[in-house]
Design a protein around this ligand. Structure first.
Ligand SMILES: [Zn+2]
Length: 164
């Protein structure tokens, strides 16, 4: 994806108030992020580890989502799979819950998905980060197809948050 500035990211939030978007923690090292290898940028609030965020570009428009991260994995021995990038981790996948945008969110509706704890799906898909033996299925798909699948999953998730 194209790199984004802090202002662009703050302006892109779809499921929190303008005030929250202004105050929430955005990484300070945006310039050093490997944007060309990212389908989305995800991060956690270092002050509040149960708060996670992701930003991606849909139809040429940045869209950012705030998430609540549940307990880490289920247990350290049980393997679970990320629903975005289909990487299997031992205890490295969290249930992330996003309030829906607009009225639906104010009424308490939310969308949940199991996502890599460190929100680094793009790097796992590209083999730039290692999740350990057996983490990635052997597939005949090309890298491009795997990236496309991750983007499709992510797009579907963000679309649900937007309520479309
Ligand atoms: Zn993932």
């Amino acid at each position: 994806m194209e790199s984004l500035t802090e202002q662009e990211i703050r302006a892109a939030f779809v499921n929190c108030t303008k005030g929250e978007a202004k105050r929430l923690a955005v990484p300070r090292d945006l310039a050093e992020r490997p944007w060309e290898d990212l389908d989305y940028l995800g991060w956690r609030d270092p002050q509040a580890p149960d708060r996670a965020y992701l930003v991606t570009v849909l139809d040429g428009r940045p869209r950012a989502v705030q998430l609540r991260a549940g307990a880490r994995g289920f247990s350290q021995t049980r393997k679970s799979m990320c629903s975005m990038c289909l990487t299997t981790h031992s205890g490295g996948v969290s249930l992330m819950v996003a309030p829906k945008a607009g009225k639906a969110g104010q009424q308490g509706n939310s969308v949940g998905a199991y996502i890599c704890d460190d929100l680094a799906c793009s790097l796992y898909v590209r083999g730039k980060r290692d999740a350990g033996a057996g983490a990635r299925l052997h597939e005949t798909l090309t890298l491009e197809e795997k990236v496309q699948r991750t983007v499709t999953n992510l797009t579907a998730f963000v679309a649900k948050v937007l309520g479309s």
